[in-house]
Design a protein around this ligand. Structure first.
Ligand SMILES: [Zn+2]
Length: 254
């Protein structure tokens, strides 16, 4: 009888200690889950209305800092998919290159419904792209237009080297980059990093100039202060986005 009660006693102690272990592990699970904030919210009409173009630019640049430091926001993407099913109020339009190393939503740490992204080799513009940007800015209410060029752009490099792959489509695309090449002094040499970067940046400015010239809708929104247009350069080396300005237009008004 005494032996039996000792055994029961041990079992009982065992149960208590098991419970304690379980409680401890439950607590540590809770700590893990509460330390990560999962964002479910998406852009609303009110948020889009309330943000200024400068605030939107700040928001994107803050997102890029998170991307560079590896501290991306944790998002509940399936939940954002559900929340955006019937409408979208993106804050910005980004025109970028198709380069696989320039994943726009990642670079700016944005979620579902946050940004319109137009991508084309060499981030040039044409009718379809102008129409897409006009839709984003003029119809859907986005307030920032960013033209994003990038380091070591294959399209820009091919244009500098006057590559001919035997396709008119490629040739006409590369021809779009030619005016930017003409603006940069020095030997036409893609191996010269300084020259290459200067062409990449001038190509961004060229695209902005073309957009202003060919889209009265977008340039009108810009003149009214409803839309801000910025040029930017993405570094493949460290993932950083830098806002770039066209020095050749310094002192001139657009
Ligand atoms: Zn590129």
């Amino acid at each position: 009888m005494r032996i039996l009660s000792v055994i029961i006693g041990f079992l009982f102690l065992g149960l208590i200690s098991c419970n304690q272990v379980n409680q401890n592990s439950d607590q540590s699970d809770e700590k893990v889950s509460t330390s990560v904030v999962v964002v479910k919210e998406v852009m609303t009409k009110q948020m889009q209305d309330n943000m200024t173009p400068d605030e939107i630019l700040e928001d994107l640049m803050a997102g890029n800092e998170r991307y560079v430091s590896g501290e991306l926001i944790t998002r509940d993407l399936p939940e954002q998919v559900v929340s955006t099913t019937n409408g979208q109020y993106p804050k910005a339009v980004v025109l970028a290159c198709i380069d696989s190393r320039v994943p726009v939503e990642y670079i700016f740490d944005q979620g579902v419904g946050d940004v319109f992204v137009a991508r084309v080799a060499g981030n040039i513009e044409d009718e379809a792209l102008l129409g897409s940007m006009e839709y984003g800015l003029g119809v859907a209410g986005s307030k920032l237009l960013m033209i994003l060029g990038h380091e070591n752009c294959g399209a820009v490099k091919s244009a500098i080297k006057q590559v001919d792959v035997g396709s008119e489509n490629v040739t006409s695309l590369l021809n779009e980059i030619e005016p930017a090449i003409q603006k940069v002094d020095g030997e036409r040499n893609a191996k010269n990093k300084e020259y290459f970067d200067a062409v990449v940046k001038n190509n961004v400015f060229q695209t902005i100039e073309d957009i202003r010239e060919r889209s009265p809708l977008i340039s009108g929104l810009e003149k009214d202060g409803k839309v801000k247009i910025v040029g930017a350069y993405y570094s493949l080396t460290d993932g950083k986005v830098t806002i770039i300005e066209d020095d050749s237009h310094a002192g001139h008004e657009h």
